[in-house]
Design a protein around this ligand. Structure first.
Ligand SMILES: *Cc1c(COP(=O)(O)O)cnc(C)c1O
Length: 390
């Protein structure tokens, strides 16, 4: 469905019986399809499927929007986390502090680099890394003396930036690097600054359902240091030097192809309006659900980019069933904390991260995308309020 004013910040209007979707990529596609078809024709003509002009254009645009010094387009959000760890020389015996309630890629990235993920509990209101527990975990690692603290990898869960001012202060006090996992949060802000410019290095993902997605896999590293960015460009091309032949360091195939960069470029033309509409939909949820269910709370000055709209409900199974009966899809991100997954169970004892474990039992994600109508958001709230109060 083509929508009359793709640049409008206002929520769209839809017929009363329009189905409610958890995500909606089709309406968006209709807005960019003609321009995207032209870009694909251009790529077929120039034939530079890898390393084409779309890649540099996309990188420049991402840096411009976020205010980061440089951006490096890579093959996925996971690669955008692994590559900075490789560049920093993270290796066996190095501790990287991650929150315990996140997508599994955060933990995988650290393990793939050879580092050891030390799991930090989250704050119950923000769902993000708890800076006080971070300090406890750093102190514990130092006291034990087996691992060397090297880096902190906070996650901007559901689109809400982590508490970077507190985390950076801890990092500075202990001489640690900060790599932000902003995979869910392109469009989040803190005091007017974009995710991508809140930490020295930020990873983002172009997985299709993220706030800035491609039509396949992709991601980007945003950073404040152009030399570091150039090291990433070497690492993404097997660690080669300028001739792209001999490896001067260990690297991987971490490239983002021209087609994905073209998709991201076209989606960026809609991004501001889409961001406004996500925030407008969330404002309705926030107003109606305050005091009814647990809401994710931004810190002073923060703006949630609303990759997901997630609440806490104690009776999640019943609530989900009621929503489903009313034709309303919902999602669970995540029903297990990191240390509750078999691959990571050696990293922390059951019960040792109580806030993460509670979040895994209570978190429920409601429909969130830029093409919801106010009426649809209100319908979700009606069902939720009725069920929770029952
Ligand atoms: C999606 C996601 C990733 C990984 O991104 P991919 O592009 O799927 O590799 C990493 N961290 C978080 C928090 C994510 O949500």
């Amino acid at each position: 469905m083509a929508y009359s004013d793709p640049q409008s910040s206002a929520l769209i209007e839809l017929p009363a019986d329009a189905p409610i979707q958890l995500f909606d990529l089709k309406t968006q596609q209709a807005q960019i399809r003609p321009a995207l078809e032209q870009r694909w024709i251009d790529i077929l003509d120039h034939g530079r499927f890898i390393g084409g002009p779309e890649v540099t254009e996309c990188e420049a645009k991402l840096a411009e929007i976020t205010g980061a010094a440089d951006a490096v387009a890579v093959g996925s959000g996971t690669q955008a986390l692994v590559m900075p760890l490789l560049a920093m020389g993270i290796a066996e015996g190095d501790a990287v502090f991650i929150p315990g309630f996140t997508y599994n890629a955060t933990a995988n990235a650290v393990l793939l680099s050879g580092g050891y993920p030390v799991i930090v509990d989250i704050d119950p209101d923000t769902f993000n890394m708890d800076p006080a527990d971070l300090v406890r975990k750093i102190d514990a690692v130092k006291a034990e003396g087996k691992l060397t603290p090297r880096a902190i990898m906070p996650v901007d869960l559901y689109g809400l930036p982590a508490d970077y001012s507190a985390i950076q202060a801890v990092a500075d006090a202990h001489g640690l690097r900060v790599i932000a996992d902003g995979a869910q949060a392109f469009g989040g802000k803190d005091n007017g600054r974009w995710v991508g410019n809140l930490a020295e290095i930020t990873a983002t993902s172009f997985y299709p359902t993220k706030t800035l997605g491609g039509y396949g896999d992709g991601g980007a590293i945003l950073c404040q240091d152009t030399d570091f960015a150039d090291r990433m460009r070497s690492i993404r091309w097997h660690g080669t030097g300028d001739n792209r032949k001999e490896s001067v360091r260990v690297g991987i195939n971490g490239r983002c192809d021209s087609i994905q960069c073209a998709v991201v470029l076209e989606k960026l033309t809609l991004f501001d309006a889409e961001r406004d509409r996500r925030i407008a939909a969330a404002a309705i949820y926030n107003e109606r659900l305050e005091g009814v269910v647990g809401l994710q709370k931004a810190l002073e000055g923060q703006e949630n980019g609303y990759g997901l709209y997630t609440v806490r409900v104690p009776n999640r199974t019943e609530v989900r069933a009621k929503l489903s009966d009313a034709g309303i899809p919902s999602g669970i991100y995540y029903d297990m904390a990191i240390h509750q997954m078999p691959a990571f169970s050696h990293l922390a004892e059951p019960g040792s991260l109580p806030v993460c474990e509670a979040a895994a039992e209570e978190s429920l994600s409601l429909p969130m995308h830029p093409y919801l109508s106010a009426d649809q958001v209100n319908r979700v709230c009606d069902v939720l309020i009725e069920e929770v109060k029952a």
